[in-house]
Design a binder for this molecule. Sequence first.
Ligand SMILES: [Zn+2]
Length: 113
Amino acid sequence: MRLFEGTPLDRPPRCEECGELEEECTCPPPPPLVIPPEKQTARLAIEKRKKGKVVTVVTGMPEEGNDLPALLTRLKSVCGAGGTLKDAVLEIQGRHLDRVRAELQKIGYRVKG
Ligand SMILES: [Zn+2]
């Protein structure tokens, strides 16, 4: 029994790429997270932006080995702040070293800074 069986949310799962039912989809599977977090070191820093804004910057995690958009969403949620992702650099608005460090360590990353 699926989670939302019998409700309006009960739609058969479809492939996001081709739109076919998942049973009929022949797309190659999406690439998995190829680099285990414990093999990576995230570097944290506080940087100043114009108008005196402060951001927490996370670097050291390559895009091809990590789901950085998902990570950004998670960090924004944990910090209760906005953020951006550009060129494999995660930026969270405000000063959130402790929260970001704790969350990354919870996932398994090594953290410096
Ligand atoms: Zn497909």
